[in-house]
Design a protein around this ligand. Sequence first.
Ligand code: SF4
Length: 218
Amino acid sequence: MPWTIEEVLSLLRNEYDVQSWWPSSSAFEVALGAILTQQTRWENVLLCLDSLRDHGLLDVERLAETDIHILEELVRPCGFYRQKAHRLQSLARHVLDTHGGEISHMLQGELDECREELLSLPGIGPETADSILLYGGGRPVFVASSYCLRVLNRTGACSSQDYEAMRKKMEEELGPDSLALGDLYALLVELAKEHCRKLPICRGCPLETRCSFKAGRT
Ligand code: SF4
């Protein structure tokens, strides 16, 4: 019988420490990190956030008004730097124009409306929007990244390759518990990186005793 989601969460909490998994000083910084992390490593994101901080650009108004060419140079280590600079500045301008510069105001409205608003901005897809809502706004959403889809489908805890279906399923399973939803996402990413890679390393995986994929290989 496959693990339940509650069991997966409990087992992985014993295995990995994700308490400071998405460190940041503000919701705006989380949002910038969520855009910068697209298609790059987290180390590069930290480098760029440090540069933005050094230039005083973790501030909504200053980022909205800064020269785009300066911004491009600062985010160059994250790749796709022109696109990403444009996305960061679009977000900042939207927060400034529509929410008086307060991203917390933007993230605390009716959840579906907040999500739609984020999705309407350049370069913000479901995974980025949900990361911002969850880690920046503390809202109870699940980030159904490809890592999560892989682990949950292989174990048999869930069977869907569709982002929205998986997101809703996890939100139903864990209820309005943003801490549990955030931990589950972070823990599944950790497991996917250490064990459940494209070519899985099942030996030593905390879920191996009741994993459908593992059972099918033995
Ligand atoms: S046992 Fe193997 S396939 Fe199953 S979750 Fe662990 S690493 Fe992935």
